[in-house]
Design a protein around this ligand. Structure first.
Ligand SMILES: [Zn+2]
Length: 199
């Protein structure tokens, strides 16, 4: 399904599982960074959480207030748009990992896909429509991962070095550095990405 640049044969297979996890979490983090309707980006880590059974974690997930709105059937434009962005953030992890390692890690992305599928079903109320909706969101996630690959590589490298990155401002610093941008200019870049993804 990936339309991203294919890795040269053999070149990416040298990546370790930890490096794969770093790209996975970096994919979530960069998507959450640019898609501002999603929950606050608090913490990104590649330290495994044995209790939760996860290899890494990106803390950005929906607030209880948002879930309440969904449960109440609030289908206003902001609620709907946020749901799309939440799904894209969820899907971007596995897609970034695949682009880095050359293979899709089904096990690693399972809980992300399940959460996205839940949200899609919530939005569509019908399996076939939900699956088409998810497919469309996957393509959008793939587009974002491709356009933002430089930032994803920088976040993955920082994760491998520091294991955990805390707060949106830390992510923002790394993104700025990766793009060689001043803060003012970055705002314009983020806005143009949002416009592109919204179209
Ligand atoms: Zn994930």
């Amino acid at each position: 399904m990936a339309t991203g640049r294919k890795a040269p044969k053999g070149a990416r297979s040298r990546l370790t599982a930890l490096e794969g996890t770093a790209y996975h979490e970096a994919g979530h983090a960069v998507a959450a960074f640019y898609l501002r309707r999603t929950g606050r980006l608090r913490r990104v880590t590649i330290v495994p959480d044995e209790k939760a059974g996860t290899l890494g974690h990106t803390q950005h997930w929906c607030t209880p207030a948002y879930w309440r709105k969904l449960d109440e059937g609030d289908w206003s434009a902001p609620v709907r748009l946020r749901l799309e962005e939440e799904c894209i953030v969820l899907l971007a992890g596995g897609i970034a990992e695949k682009r880095a390692t050359g293979r899709y890690n089904r096990v690693g992305a399972r809980s992300d896909r399940e959460k996205a599928a839940d949200l899609a079903l919530h939005a569509c109320g019908d399996d076939r429509i939900a699956s088409a909706f998810l497919k469309w969101l996957s393509l959008r996630a793939e587009g974002l991962v491709n356009v933002r690959w430089r930032e994803i590589e920088a976040i993955a490298a920082a994760l491998l070095r520091h294991k955990t990155l805390k707060g949106r401002s830390r992510i923002s610093e790394i993104v700025d550095e990766a793009l060689g941008l001043s803060r003012a200019r970055r705002g314009a870049v983020a806005a143009s990405t949002r416009r592109r993804l919204a179209s």
